[in-house]
Ligand binder design. Structure first.
Ligand code: C2O
Length: 334
């Protein structure tokens, strides 16, 4: 059958209602959790929907400040806004080739893990730059709520009411997006087709999968992406970027602050897909997927590497969770 089974729908509904149960059930950022695996405690950052995040002037101010501070740093500093964006793609007028620039992975089964790692280190850099030790990256939930399919309001205006520059705004978007008049269409953000797939990867070009074609070497590829990479991922890039905006171009996309919230949502959908079960699993038997190393920088500008096996469980390995992920059901390591 081509639709989700009854059991899958029930699991999805319980996922959704875990989030709808209300703010009270959602642990606050920095709240302590006991980690079952290590019997240690560590603070788990909660990535919140931008719709609720925006209701806190303190949080929005921290997000804006973090971006501004990163933007003020020299582009040769790995913790700067431009350095981080150039890790995704290098603009054509840039002649330097600094460490880890242009290393994004699209069009293969490395798409999900690479972007999770990229967001993880970016979030650490952003948090430190903001000066707010509780800051976590919000996500843009265009997936579940039709009324959240316009660009979040905090990102729309060039200037803030006090006349200062809004670091969440960039001009290089489709005009209707910045005006809040263009909404993503449900056909553009639908993940149903991707979620029907139970295979994480595929191996030849006639096939399809949730997470992309198997590859033995990491790199950006123009085809071979999984169904979720196509929709909603690519579709959102194209609609937000319009004919020539940054989100439309691999080498410019990460300069737009909304890129990071878009990708947090994609990362959240990966976890949600796994929770549907019925054979859905990460390719933990694949040694390339598990062990190939990718290069990033931490908040102290120290070069680090990460592998697929390091990012399977966001709570236990990366200290973050999404605000609507079911508690006590975090064991995603297969
Ligand atoms: Cu690396 Cu949304 O793309």
């Amino acid at each position: 059958s081509s639709s989700l089974s009854r059991r899958e729908v029930l699991r999805l509904l319980s996922f959704l209602s875990a989030g709808a149960a209300g703010v009270a059930s959602v642990p606050l950022i920095g709240e302590l959790f006991a980690s079952k695996a290590t019997a240690q405690t560590s603070s788990v950052y909660v990535r919140e929907s931008i719709a609720t995040f925006m209701q806190s002037p303190t949080k929005i101010a921290a997000l804006r400040r973090g971006i501004q501070v990163m933007q003020s740093r020299s582009s040769s500093n790995p913790t700067s806004w431009i350095y981080q964006a150039n890790m995704h793609g290098i603009p054509s007028n840039e002649s330097r080739r600094l460490t880890a620039w242009g290393t994004c992975n699209h069009g293969s089964f490395f798409f999900f893990p690479w972007h999770r790692m990229y967001l993880y280190y970016f979030e650490r850099i952003l948090r430190q730059a903001s000066g707010d030790s509780t800051l976590a990256l919000p996500y843009w939930n265009y997936s579940d709520f039709p009324d959240q399919r316009t660009l979040p309001e905090a990102f729309r205006n060039r200037l803030l009411p006090d006349g200062s520059t809004n670091s969440l705004y960039v001009e290089q978007r489709a005009p209707g997006i910045n005006q809040g008049t263009t909404a993503l269409a449900s056909a553009e953000v639908s993940y149903e087709g991707a979620f029907q797939r139970t295979n994480f990867f595929h191996t030849s070009s006639g096939q399809q999968s949730f997470g992309g074609r198997r590859a033995t070497s990491a790199m950006h590829r123009g085809s071979g992406g999984g169904l979720l990479e196509g929709r909603p991922h690519n579709q959102v890039h194209v609609v937000v970027g319009g004919s020539s905006g940054w989100m439309r171009q691999v080498e410019m996309a990460a300069r737009d602050p909304i890129f990071w919230l878009h990708h947090a949502n994609i990362d959240r959908l990966w976890e949600r897909w796994l929770l549907l079960g019925n054979g859905r699993a990460n390719p933990t038997n694949d040694s390339d997927w598990m062990s190939d190393r990718f290069t990033f920088f931490d908040e102290n500008a120290r070069q680090v590497t990460m592998r697929g096996r390091d990012i399977l469980n966001t709570v236990q390995q990366l200290n973050y969770r999404y605000d609507d992920a079911p508690l006590g059901n975090q064991v995603l390591v297969n």
